[in-house]
Design a protein around this ligand. Sequence first.
Ligand SMILES: CCCCCCCCCCCCCC(=O)SCCNC(=O)CCNC(=O)[C@H](O)C(C)(C)COP(=O)(O)OP(=O)(O)OC[C@H]1O[C@@H](n2cnc3c(N)ncnc32)[C@H](O)[C@@H]1OP(=O)(O)O
Length: 194
Amino acid sequence: MSGRTTALTPPEDAVPPVRHPDAPAPGEPLGSHYDQCFGCGEEQPHGLRLAATAGEGVSVTATFTVRPAHQGAPGLAHGGVLATALDETLGALQWLLRVIAVTGRLETDFVRPVPVGTELHLEARVTGVHGRKIYSTATGRIGGPDGPVAVRADALFIEVAIDHFIDNGRPEEINAALADPDQVRVARAFEVNP
Ligand SMILES: CCCCCCCCCCCCCC(=O)SCCNC(=O)CCNC(=O)[C@H](O)C(C)(C)COP(=O)(O)OP(=O)(O)OC[C@H]1O[C@@H](n2cnc3c(N)ncnc32)[C@H](O)[C@@H]1OP(=O)(O)O
C-alpha cells in the first residue's frame, strides 16, 4: 500500500454521488445480488440474509437478524459477521449508482455488543466519488432505526468491470452464474451501459 492514502473521507476534488435515473425507487426492496452470497443470499443456510431497501438520494437501509450461527462469544454476534453486515449494506449502494464495485478498505467501530436475536437496522450512504473510488459510510442500530448505535463503518469501494469476477472467480461458480438468466439480469442492473 506504499504511496496510497488510507483516508476514508472523500478528497477535496471528489464529486457528490449521482443517483442513476433507472435506480430502484426509494422504498423498493433491492433483493439479493447473488443467491449464494454470505451477506444477502437466500441459499446460504448460515448467511446473514440481509435485506436491503433503496433510500433517498444515494442511500440504502437494511435489516439483519442475528442468529445462533452468527455467534462469536456466547450469545453475542461475532465482530466479523457485524463487519459483513456493514460491508453488504455498503455494497448495496451499487444498485443506486449502477456501477459494480468491490470493497477496497473497510474501517469498523464496534460500539456495543449485539446479542443473538437482535434485529440490526443498518443505513448507508455514499459520501463522494473520485474517479473509480466510491466513499461511503454506514451505521447499524439495535432494535430499530432510532435504536442505539452498535456498529459503524467508513469504506472505500473501487469500481470494477464484470471481468473482475470472471477473471478471478472459481470457474464452477462463475460458469453457473453466467448460465443463470436471473443472475445475468442482476449483474446488468449494476451496469450503466450493459
Ligand atoms: C456475475 C456476478 C456479478 C455480481 C456483481 C455484484 C458484486 C457485488 C459484490 C458486493 C459484495 C460486498 C462487497 C465485498 O465484499 S467485495 C469483496 C472484498 N473485496 C475484494 O475482494 C477486493 C480485492 N481487491 C482487488 O481486487 C483490488 O485491490 C481492487 C479492485 C480493489 C483495486 O485494484 P485495481 O488494480 O483495480 O485498482 P488500483 O490498485 O489501481 O486502485 C485504484 C484506486 O483505488 C485506490 N485503492 C485501491 N485499493 C485501496 C485501498 N485498499 N485503500 C485505499 N485506496 C485504495 C488506489 O490508490 C487508486 O487510487 P488513485 O491512485 O486512482 O487515486
